[in-house]
Ligand binder design. Structure first.
Ligand code: PLP
Length: 386
């Protein structure tokens, strides 16, 4: 039985070409990019070339992109870096989306220790930020609004441009966590930073078939942040530490290749999966597919917790996820579903199937068949148990 991987929102396989591009920088090309000698200069040139590729994919200036250890560090750098740099005593509040990734939400404690009040912007039933309540919550005491471009659990595309406009109307900065949408066309076309009008935007390599442990932050020219990692002045004095040359080169190679690929394959695999799925006893969390990412499907089987389903699916060779955190081996209620208004029980039922650029139609069909089988096995066992 072949395994079928449908958890691309969690991570994606490294592209062989990205691996090949990284290999020399893990072996014979060992120079430190800060060194003046030939080995060092070659490493620095490789990083600059990678910066060119990533900044061009984002539609930003070369100098507006800095490399980090991933999306988590980049989001921390965005939120805490802006907050540490603030010198305006009137700006005492930060607004975070209630359904953000933990890398955003868990900055709250530090923000509060720094003296900020943190407010959460509510979301609707499909996890989309509620613009009316955001508008009500905004004021000239807000320093920063952090709201993602698409939700990592539900796949819901967010009204990023409207969030930016609202934040800017009050003189606040806007951070956009674009980890799930980087290189994913939204609304049919490939977005650029100017479309979102973000002041700071963060991305990660391992969601686009690059290596883990590498990401980037876009900082709009003129926006000031305090660095979180102090050291040797790397990345324009914004992030100390010897650069991960191999990771950065692999990231750029993945971006170069994925930027050329059509996204439609992901959508076709997701749609085929859905066509083959027995929808009896299934509730789609965001039924209008135009409102979600192309390769994303989130659903619940009411009465069946995600853990039971995922363990059985894993045994049947399908790798999927709930999208929610897992602690001590058991799935916690999803904070995203709770924010959407689901009960704690319902918030343990979320199943996320996410498709990749390379997922084949026959895999999607086979996986749907296995999900149907898993569901009926669970229901039959329950019926027997009375
Ligand atoms: C929306 C979102 N933001 C941030 C991250 C964190 O990125 P990384 O794993 O590179 O730290 C993830 C990863 O799951 C994500 O989905």
């Amino acid at each position: 039985m072949s395994r079928i991987y449908l958890d691309h929102a969690a991570t994606t396989p490294l592209l062989p070409a990205a691996f090949d591009a990284m290999r020399p920088w893990l072996s014979q090309e060992y120079g430190n990019p800060s060194s003046l000698h030939a080995e060092g200069r070659r490493a620095k040139d490789a990083i600059d070339e990678a910066r060119e590729v990533v900044s061009s994919a984002l539609g930003s200036l070369f100098a507006e992109v800095l490399f980090t250890s991933g999306g988590t560090e980049a989001a921390n750098m965005a939120i805490l870096g802006v907050s540490l740099n603030n010198s305006d005593p009137r700006r005492t509040r930060v607004i975070l989306g209630a359904a953000e990734h933990h890398c955003v939400l868990h900055t709250r404690e530090t923000l509060e220790r720094l003296g900020y009040r943190v407010d959460l912007a509510g979301v609707d039933r499909i996890g989309r930020v509620d613009l009316d309540s955001l508008e009500d919550s905004l004021g000239d005491d807000v320093l920063l609004v952090s709201s993602m471009h698409a939700n990592n659990e539900l796949g819901t595309i967010q009204p990023a441009r409207e969030v930016a406009d609202l934040a800017h109307r009050w003189g606040a900065l806007y951070h956009c966590d674009a980890v799930q949408t980087f290189l994913n066309p939204v609304g049919g076309s490939q977005w650029k930073v100017a479309d979102l009008d973000a002041d700071v935007l963060t991305i990660s390599a391992h969601k686009v078939n690059g290596p883990k442990g590498t990401g980037a932050i876009y900082i709009r020219a003129g926006v000031k942040l305090k660095p979180l990692v102090s050291g040797g002045g790397q990345e324009r004095e914004m992030r100390g530490g010897t650069e991960n040359t191999a990771g950065i080169v692999g990231f750029a190679e993945a971006v170069r290749l994925r930027a050329k690929d059509k996204i439609s394959g992901k959508a076709e695999a997701r749609d085929r999966f859905l066509e083959c799925l027995d929808l009896n006893g299934v509730v789609l969390s965001a039924p209008d597919r135009r409102e979600t990412l192309a390769g994303h499907l989130h659903l619940r089987c009411p009465g069946i917790d995600a853990e039971t389903m995922l363990i059985l699916l894993d045994r049947m060779g399908v790798s999927a996820s709930s999208g929610a955190a897992c602690s001590s081996g058991s799935i916690e209620p999803s904070h995203v579903l709770i924010a959407c208004g689901y009960s704690p029980e319902e918030s343990k039922e979320g199943l996320r199937f996410t498709f990749g650029w390379d997922t084949r139609q026959d895999e999607a069909e086979e996986a749907a068949g296995r999900v149907n089988e898993a569901k009926s096995q669970i229901l039959t066992t329950r019926a027997k148990q009375g």
